[in-house]
Structures are given as structure tokens and as C-alpha cells.
Write a protein that binds this ligand. Structure first.
Ligand code: ATP
Ligand code: MG
Ligand code: ZN
Length: 285
């Protein structure tokens, strides 16, 4: 039943024709007339026809999309540049997917799987660590682990960061940075260097125990770093020319000798059996 208090009336419409400022074609604007015979003049201020308005909106969306895509490419490059990866391993030929190596198929498969399954763009809490070792120099250890960070940053899909959350650092450089950081008026204090390593979502520590050099205070750095990252449940990748527990030659050193037993124990748990060897001859020769 109709409500007697309500009067249902279709408002009378008023139409005005004018040329579109965009395409010049004449278009109509309609507005409802009020009961007192007036109408909202504001509705007639429209200067473009509907197709022109739609086109403008579409063009604006396209431009926004292009700006976002360009900004993302820029961010990725920025993060790659400040990730610590040496420029040599940022060249086209060094990409992880392009790798092939007869004799190391299983190792390559493990590393590729590790990179692909890595939780991207979020704190990788609890994701496994990785230990990559190989007796010979020049077999591709550094190239492989840099490839993991590249894989992660090259597929980064948000333009919300400048600083890479993944950090590559060779142990001799870390040692130097920590020493420099202890100097009075150092640009980056030892605490700042250490904090970057401790908090990185992924830390790649290359060349651990290089040339079998052993420094008493290195073991302390390894323990502090690995123990902190173990407690924070953050993944760490370690590469070395030394085997984990058994020296290559009698009387030589293994990684456990350099890093310490407590550190190795934690690292092994973190790796969840992802301990891989890279075999072969020196490719630099
Ligand atoms: N699968 C591959 N195919 C072709 N070239 C490779 C491959 N892996 C590595 N290389 C090349 O071999 C050289 C040595 O690689 P890389 O520096 O990664 O070795 P490494 O094992 O880290 O050596 P070191 O123990 O001395 O640090 C580099 O020039 C690299 O580009
Ligand atoms: Mg190397
Ligand atoms: Zn128009």
C-alpha cells in the first residue's frame, strides 16, 4: 500500500547541450529540476563529454602504472647495489637460473630450490640456513650464493624499500669493517656494522676461514653473530673452502676449528641438513 504521507513524483529533467573541451563534439547534460522550478547550475559546469572523461581516467591510470613500474625497477637496482654483492656477480651471465654445472647437479638443485622457496618480501622467520663448501678455489661458490640474493631482489615487487634486506659480506671485509668501526669518529661504528649483520633478513657470509687463517677473535664474532641469528630465527648462508667437520688433509683445519663447536652446532640446526659441496676444478685458470 502506498504511504499517504509520501508523494512519488518523477522530477522533471532539464537538458543543456554544449561542445566538449576535449573532442569538440556536442554533448548533453541532464539535471533534475527542483520543485520550485530551479536547478543546480553546478551540474552544468561539466566541460568534457563522458567518453573524454573515461579516456582521461584511463590515461591517468596508465601513467600511474608506468610510474610505479619504473620506480620498482629503480628500487630493485638500488637494493642490488647496496646488498653488498660484488659488481662482477651482478652481470647478466651470473644469474642463478642460467647456471649449469656437470658434477654439481644436486648442489645446484638444492640452491635453486632454496632460492625459489624463500619467503619473499617478508621476514623469513624460521627459514633454513645454508652451508656451501668446496675445497678448490674458483668452483663457483660465491657466484651461487650471490645468485640467491639476486633472485630474491630481482623478483621484489613492492617499491617500499631502499635498503636491501638481504646482505652479502665476505668475512675478511666484515673483520675490516668491525676494526674500522672501533676507531674514534668512525663513519659507521662497530655496533652499526654488527647490527646490520645481525638483523638482515638473510645474511650471506662468504669466505669463512679463507686461506685457513685463524684469528682468536674471529671465533667470538662467529659465535655472537650465529647465536644472535639463531635466536632471532633468521637464515644465514655460509661459504667456505673448508669442510664442516673434517680437515681435507691430515693436520689441516676444518670449519668447526675456525668457527668453534658451539657455533657449528647452532649453524647445523639452522641448516636443517642443507649442507652442500661444490666440486670441480678452478674455473679461473
Ligand atoms: N657454472 C658456471 N659456469 C661458468 N662459469 C662459472 C660457473 N660457476 C662459476 N663460474 C665462474 O668461475 C669463476 C669463479 O667463481 P666463484 O668466484 O664463484 O668461485 P669460488 O668458489 O667462490 O672461489 P673462491 O673459493 O676462490 O672464493 C667466476 O668467474 C665465475 O663467474
Ligand atoms: Mg668465493
Ligand atoms: Zn569529448
Amino acid at each position: 500500500m502506498e504511504d499517504p504521507g509520501k508523494t512519488s513524483q518523477t522530477p522533471q529533467m532539464i537538458t543543456e547541450s554544449k561542445p566538449c573541451r576535449g573532442c569538440g563534439q556536442t554533448f548533453d547534460i541532464c539535471a533534475p529540476m527542483n520543485a520550485n522550478g530551479t536547478y543546480a547550475r553546478i551540474l552544468f559546469r561539466q566541460e568534457f563529454c563522458q567518453p573524454c572523461i573515461d579516456r582521461q581516467l584511463h590515461e591517468r591510470e596508465e601513467t600511474d602504472h608506468q610510474v610505479r613500474a619504473a620506480s620498482l625497477i629503480f628500487r630493485r637496482q638500488e637494493m642490488l647495489a647496496n646488498s653488498g654483492i660484488p659488481p662482477k656477480f651482478l652481470t647478466d651471465s651470473e644469474r642463478l637460473d642460467g647456471f649449469q654445472d656437470t658434477g654439481n647437479e644436486k648442489t645446484y638443485a638444492t640452491i635453486l630450490e632454496y632460492a625459489r622457496a624463500f619467503p619473499s618480501m617478508e621476514r623469513p622467520t624460521g627459514y633454513p640456513s645454508l652451508l656451501v663448501y668446496g675445497r678448490n678455489n674458483g668452483v663457483g661458490k660465491t657466484r651461487l650464493v650471490c645468485g640467491i640474493i639476486r633472485h630474491l631482489l630481482e623478483s621484489w615487487s613492492r617499491d617500499n624499500r631502499h635498503q636491501s634486506p638481504y646482505l652479502f659480506l665476505a668475512m675478511p671485509d666484515l673483520r675490516l669493517q668491525l676494526q674500522m668501526g672501533l676507531r674514534f669518529q668512525a663513519e659507521r661504528t662497530a655496533e652499526m656494522v654488527y647490527a646490520d649483520c645481525k638483523l638482515a633478513w638473510l645474511l650471506v657470509l662468504d669466505d669463512v676461514g679463507k686461506e685457513g687463517l685463524y684469528r682468536a677473535d674471529d671465533a667470538e664474532v662467529y659465535f655472537k653473530l650465529i647465536n644472535d641469528r639463531y635466536n632471532q630465527q633468521l637464515p644465514t648462508i655460509v661459504t667456505s673452502n673448508l669442510a664442516p667437520d673434517k680437515p681435507w688433509v691430515k693436520g689441516g683445519l676444518c670449519l668447526a676449528d675456525i668457527m668453534g663447536l658451539a657455533t657449528m652446532s647452532r649453524l647445523k640446526e639452522m641448516c636443517q641438513s642443507r649442507v652442500v659441496e661444490v666440486r670441480g676444478e678452478d674455473r679461473r685458470g
